[in-house]
Design a binder for this molecule. Sequence first.
Ligand SMILES: Nc1ncnc2c1ncn2[C@@H]1O[C@H](COP(=O)(O)OP(=O)(O)O)[C@@H](O)[C@H]1O
Ligand SMILES: [Mg+2]
Length: 330
Amino acid sequence: MKIAVLIDKPRAAFLPNEEGFREDEQKRKTALGLQEVISKYHECVILEADINLPLELSAEKIDFVFNLCNGIKGADKLSQVPAFLEFMGVPYTGSSVLGHALASNKVYAGKIMKGIGINTPDFIYVHNVNELDWHDITFPVLVKPCDEGSSRGIYQDSLVYNMKSLKAKVAENLRLYNPPVMITEFIDGKEFHAGLIGNGDDLYLLPIEEICLDNLPDSMARFYSFEVKAYHKDKTTYICPAIIDEGLSAMIYDIAKCVFEALSLRDYARLDIRIKNGIPYVLEINSLPGLLNGYSAFTRMANACKLGYEGLVMKILESAFKRYEITTFT
Ligand SMILES: Nc1ncnc2c1ncn2[C@@H]1O[C@H](COP(=O)(O)OP(=O)(O)O)[C@@H](O)[C@H]1O
Ligand SMILES: [Mg+2]
């Protein structure tokens, strides 16, 4: 079996800024880590997805893809490479077109969660600033883009306390990000990552991780904003396994499993959760969580249990093999 670890073509050519370089660099390091593990069991190469993907996959005689592509531009970016692979009939790890599309759009994910009775912050969404006048808003609220990740568009000043700042922030978001813009109830509480791995009856919760923001400068609001992720990593502490009682962790498992199934996810996913008054609220679902060993939450959660990083990589691969009824593991 020949496996390709597939990454986006480096974006430096499209987006020459610090953020673009950093993300491309992380993806390449992630791919090298995966290749090192997978190569112990299968032939494994790293490929960059671009318009020549079909030619490359057949020229390289690829049997299976470990998909790490977030997509580069356009709507529903995460679904683009899976759609390509479906069209070509090449099996791959992780969620399908539908799963990535639903999870990566926070408006749709939020509606589905509300529809099945999962607690998620209340939200409205608008396509222009005037629509805000139709709503009765209880401040503070957090303004966020509907389909970004890595806290892009979620800055300290995205937490707003009055209509004037809300209108200014919404106008700015409408200029910079895909519409609609979300205005969400701010959940003031501890924050956790919940990682799921597997499928169906073989779906497991990794040890839950708490993101502790207590050491941030006093002037900063306690949420995982872009500034915190980019400039205050050293002030962020991760506690894994989180110290939470068994009842709560069982509740998080039930919630995570429900969401995973409702959004049609596959193989692995990570939920961001905040707990307020003992109630877990799902902030969002990552259908393609980072897998850079030691750096990404998912790997810290795997390293906190007997699975470990190598076990994590192979478990994702084997979960995907099982779905496709691939039984030859070499
Ligand atoms: N409704 C909310 N209440 C409180 N904090 C929130 C809420 N939504 C987002 N956040 C904060 O912003 C961070 C980033 O938001 P998230 O929805 O996870 O976006 P991203 O996809 O960019 O990670 C979260 O980790 C959390 O700290
Ligand atoms: Mg998040």
